[in-house]
Design a binder for this molecule. Structure first.
Ligand code: CMC
Length: 441
């Protein structure tokens, strides 16, 4: 990997105030790939104006060398490596190393990294009591937000964000403990005892073991299923400056500790427009119920007066097939075949929905293809993972992306606290009226 730094060009954009005739030269910066950016950092100081871009559709919020997406062409690269190659030839922990360190590990580095993660998978016993405080019917994402934020209270030895050793320790702990926290949240909901991690198992295998074994019986993990889970983790590992990653960066820009920042990212991921979409897909399929209902739901999705959207379709960045969805589609069919559940009615329904939406002009014109959440939900369902766990698995995989981006940001000498401005539309000035003069409604 050759890391290239952003290059400042001779100014090529001129901003003109048509009323006063004043004009300003705006510098343009080129990255290694992708659109140039217009540098507006001095805009307010020089013009007295802010820019307005709610939803950040035209705003690059930071400089990053980790992940590159070309949404028009359907390309996703981590540190220059294509997601297709990583999904086919690598494994999740190797991808974690790559995202964090900028290059694939050699054999010794990989061994050391895997061992480092493996020996941090257990949770502090006191954390068990934190789980017990949640109602049994809590959403597992609520538990995950609370427990991950709570880790800050247990690890004072890794909270100095300016110390590279503290940061490394916090990074290892977060990657290692997320599957244990996810499995504990599941077992807690089921009323079953927590299953401790097993150091002789691979990362994905260990997660499935903690989910499905009981103290009375081991769980034999099928290699196809473990491989599919590992692949799901790779595909969700990072996705540049999405809502949850930007949340982690914004939280971290105030120098908050990494556990608190990751808890903020988990909260953002929970929403149905982001990581919660995989759960929403299965809920939607349940609501659709039978194939003959599909046209009615498609009609609703196209109706501007109906807030209903086809969950698992569309993406802010990909205006072409999401490359992760293409890989998962393949995995999905493999898993369904291995588990012998091809004829499951809900899964048949999903395949029919995919077929109809992919041939409908509304979806084709707007480039609304099935996204990664469409297929991941179906695979989880086939693996016997309950719907409420889906977003937690996304969080478990994405933690490496969040923490790699946080680590990159903390080391950036240009780091400033994130502080957006606003277009104020409220009252200009109100006179305070004492309560006795306000009447009663
Ligand atoms: N069903 C029906 N119409 C849709 C959908 C959908 N799922 N998604 C977008 N549209 C329409 C939308 O109504 C608009 O139509 P028009 O141009 O006629 O007004 C057009 O497509 C563009 O939509 P948009 O809202 O401007 O697009 P966006 O980039 O703001 O939204 C999105 C992206 C992912 C939030 C949206 O496509 C969506 O809500 N999808 C369903 C939820 C989902 O699957 N989310 C997972 C995203 S992938 C994983 C992740 O990143 O977390």
């Amino acid at each position: 990997m050759s890391e290239q730094h952003a290059v400042l060009h001779a100014p090529t954009y001129t901003l003109v105030n048509n009323q006063s005739g004043d004009s300003w030269e705006l510098p343009v910066i080129s990255g290694a790939m992708g659109p140039d950016v217009i540098d507006i950092r001095r805009l307010y100081a020089e013009t007295g104006c802010f820019t307005f871009d709610p939803g950040y559709t035209s705003t690059a919020s930071c400089e990053s060398a980790i992940t590159y997406i070309d949404g028009e062409k359907g390309i996703l690269l981590h540190r220059g490596y294509s997601i297709e190659q990583l999904a086919a030839e690598s494994d999740y922990l190797e991808v974690c190393y790559l995202l964090l360190n900028g290059e694939l590990p050699d054999a010794g580095q990989k061994e050391e990294f895997v061992e480092g993660i493996t020996y941090h998978t257990m949770l502090h016993e006191k954390l068990n009591q934190l789980f017990q405080g949640f109602p049994r019917d809590s959403h597992p994402m609520a538990i995950m937000c609370g427990v991950v934020g709570g880790l800050s209270a247990f690890y004072h030895d890794s909270l100095d964000i300016h110390d590279p050793n503290h940061r490394k320790l916090a990074i290892y702990r977060l990657i290692a403990k997320m599957p244990t926290i996810a499995a504990c949240a599941y077992n807690y909901e089921q009323g079953q005892p927590f299953i401790y991690p097993r150091n002789n198992l691979g990362f994905a295998e260990n997660f499935l073991h903690m989910m499905f074994a009981t103290p009375c019986e081991d769980y034999e993990v099928s290699p196809t299923v473990a491989r599919a889970m590992d692949r799901i983790l790779i595909l969700h590992a990072d996705h540049e400056q999405n809502a949850s990653t930007s949340t982690v960066r914004l939280a971290g820009s105030s120098m908050a500790n990494p556990f608190a920042c990751i808890a903020a990212g988990i909260a953002s991921l929970w929403g149905p427009a982001h990581g919660g979409a995989n759960e929403a897909v299965l809920n939607m399929l349940g609501e659709i119920g039978t194939k003959d209902q599909i046209p009615g739901f498609i009609r609703r999705a196209k109706d501007k007066n109906d807030p209903f959207r086809l969950m698992g379709f569309g993406h802010r960045v990909y205006k072409n097939y999401d490359p992760r969805a293409a890989i998962l589609r393949e995995s999905c069919h493999e898993v369904l075949e291995e588990l012998g559940v091809e004829n499951e009615p809900l899964l048949e329904l999903a395949m029919e929905l995919e077929r109809i939406a992919l041939s409908d002009d509304y979806f084709l014109e707007r480039k609304l293809f099935p996204n990664v959440d469409f297929y991941s939900g179906i695979i989880y369902r086939a693996m016997g993972i309950p719907v409420s766990m889906f977003t937690m698995i996304f969080a478990m995989a994405r933690v490496v992306g969040w923490i790699a981006q946080w680590n990159e940001m903390i080391q950036d000498p240009a780091l400033k606290i994130g502080r957006p401005r606003q277009l104020f539309t409220g009252s200009q000035r109100s006179e305070f009226v004492p309560m006795e003069q306000r009447g009663k409604s």
